[in-house]
Design a protein around this ligand. Structure first.
Ligand code: URP
Ligand code: ZN
Ligand code: ZN
Length: 591
């Protein structure tokens, strides 16, 4: 058990608050630069070479190491009550384990049951988390039912409680699942509030039917979990969610994309929305999906198989992990979360005779960074900049805490990892820091180990020794209207307005992308065509992988800052050709 944090009065703070990381390779999403980072009072104060530093500063030698932004895990469920059990990693153990692995912020989910207040659920999570978290955290809130009260509470959460994202479920029938018209209402409300809609995309009605059939046929083991959730059932829901979000022009973030068909649908939706300037779609996959697969459900040990039960399930196709990894590398998918939702083997045993009663969830909050490094960077599929994008920066941008988080720049929080790319470790439940008694990555050797993990300026992993402090973390509000996300929505609306008044030709910027967009009755039907030489890369998209310019640096008093100056409005609208052929109409299109 660690000691709770003691606040040191400002006048007593001294050299312990000053830290210099020297001679490292400093990585941001668009640069790797040799240099030093100077930290004072939890904030990065200088980045560069030959820095002038006060005496008594602690020096960390990062020669031969990468200095990367601390990981942001956008998807955890610490101490969640779900399927009749409470997950065993609480906010203390879960965040301590996160830090051990190089993650310095998590975003968890406050999920009300149907009929429960969103606000009260949020407050309950805050009360529990605030005193336990070792690193910073944010909260997504679940919308699991719909009413005027829910509508109002969404606004209160956005305006007064630092929430900018709401998770909806198309699965877990009768528990969390919403129907299409409810999804429409929630997405529309998210759009009104400047929030991001998150969706768990699986067709819950089909799953419930198939589960009944399987149980009736005597299939009760963990393989039934996978059989009841065939891949098209995930893909169908991804497509449906994208269509619904598109109808209300709401930015959509699809959580835990687990299969090739679902990823294909997501990528198609992204291409269409970015080609046409419509509301954006983002995709997250899970570290479990990059390193494991569905053959685990047929393991001879029931406990082993049950420990892998997660929804959507691990894919039966052993090549899926490879595809998801490549999509992450190529920006088909944007983030990797853990969906850490850990139940002990005893808890998993609740489903010994009925796979539908196995609490769903796996570990990953501790090992996410190392596993992505091993599978992605060490294997040569992605470079270190993309590693930073998918494990940290993209989450910071989407959830509007960039560049306070997700980058190494003057004014950013000093959430930093000194990453040793050569050192190795072998993952095991015997040595991990999580409370759960199983590790789905057991035995995996990972190159890439966090040597130092600095959380808000405090060294919480020190030469590999974990020194996390209970209660040291804080709740980080996520403000609405993420510039990165809503910039695209704004342009979608401008374009729709132009189309509605039948402007014959509008020259719009989408980098080199050339499109033919047919217009009918004021609505856009899409037939994206790429110019021969042109990769799809809208201007705002570029901001996802760009580093803050000095112009865009944070005012130290601000919790977030705007990148809008970096995106010139006229530049943005310079090369979509909109055609409005008389009576013309595009035949194909995603929506
Ligand atoms: O199996 C899972 N994914 N458990 C956590 C709840 C959820 O759906 O994210
Ligand atoms: Zn989910
Ligand atoms: Zn989840």
């Amino acid at each position: 058990m660690s000691t709770p944090v003691k606040k040191v009065p400002l006048h007593l703070q001294s050299a312990q608050n000053r830290l210099l990381i020297k001679h490292g390779k400093i990585v941001n999403v668009d640069s790797v630069v040799d240099g030093d980072v100077y930290i004072e009072d939890g904030v990065i104060k200088q980045v560069g070479s030959n820095l002038i530093i006060p005496g008594g500063t602690r020096i960390i030698d990062a020669r031969g190491k990468y200095v990367i932004p601390g990981g942001i895990d956008p998807h955890t469920h610490l101490e969640i009550e779900f399927m009749g059990a409470k997950s065993v990693d609480d906010f203390y153990r879960g965040t301590k384990a996160a830090i051990a692995g190089g993650t310095t912020m998590i975003i968890d989910f406050a999920l009300p049951k149907k009929g429960q207040s969103l606000l009260e659920t949020y407050q309950k999570y805050r009360e529990s988390a605030d005193e336990k978290v070792c690193c910073d955290y944010g909260l997504h809130v679940g919308v699991t039912w719909w009413s005027d009260k829910v509508r109002e509470e969404m606004e209160i959460l956005c305006k007064h409680h630092g929430v900018n994202s709401f998770k909806t479920f198309m699965a877990y029938k009768d528990v969390f699942m919403l129907g299409d018209s409810e999804l429409f209402e929630v997405f529309e409300r998210c759009k009104e509030l400047g929030a991001v809609a998150l969706v768990h995309a699986e067709n819950g009605s089909i799953i419930a039917k198939k589960a009944q059939q399987l149980l009736a046929a005597g299939i009760t083991g963990p393989e039934g979990h996978q059989l009841s959730r065939p891949e098209p059932v995930e893909a169908e829901a991804v497509g449906r969610a994208c269509v619904i979000a598109n109808q209300v022009n709401c930015p959509l973030y699809v959580v835990h994309v687990m299969s090739k068909p679902a990823a294909d649908v997501l990528v198609q939706a992204r291409n269409v929305s970015s080609a046409s300037g419509q509301s954006p779609v983002f995709g997250e996959t899970l570290v479990a999906a990059l390193a494991s697969d569905g053959k685990q459900y047929r393991h001879t040990c029931w406990y082993h198989a049950a420990a892998h039960v997660v929804s959507p399930p691990l894919s039966p196709d052993a090549d899926t992990k490879n595809r998801l990894l490549h999509l992450l590398a190529e920006d088909g998918l944007q983030l990797v979360g853990s969906d850490n939702c850990t139940f002990s083997l005893d808890q998993k045993a609740m489903g010994k005779d009925d796979f539908t009663k196995i609490p769903n969830g796996v570990n990953g909050v501790e090992d996410r960074m190392s596993v992505v490094w091993e599978k992605g960077v060490h294997s040569g599929v992605m470079d270190v900049k993309r590693f930073v994008a998918v494990t940290s920066t993209n989450a910071a941008k989407i959830f509007n805490i960039y560049p306070r988080k997700g980058c190494i720049a003057v004014g950013s929080d000093a959430d930093i990892v000194v990453w040793d790319p050569v050192k190795t470790r072998v993952i095991s439940a015997k040595t991990h820091n999580q409370a759960v008694d199983f590790n789905i990555f057991e035995g995996m050797e990972c190159h890439g180990v966090p040597e130092y993990v600095i959380v808000n300026g405090r060294v919480c992993v020190d030469e590999g020794d974990l020194k996390a402090v209970q209660g040291f973390g804080k709740f980080v509000p996520t403000p609405v209207y993420s510039e990165y996300v809503y910039e695209k929505v704004k342009h979608a609306e401008e374009d729709a307005t132009l189309n509605a008044v039948s402007v014959p030709a509008v020259v719009t910027k989408m980098n080199e992308l050339k499109l033919d967009i047919a217009v009918e009755n004021g609505g856009i039907l899409l037939e994206p065509k790429l110019a021969d030489e042109a990769p799809v890369s809208p201007a705002a998209e570029a901001s996802l992988t760009s580093c803050p310019s000095s112009k865009g640096q944070r005012n130290l008093q601000d919790s977030t800052f705007s990148i809008s100056e970096e995106l010139d409005d006229t530049a943005r609208k310079s090369c979509i050709r909109v055609k409005n052929p008389p009576g013309g109409q595009s035949s194909g299109g995603f929506w």
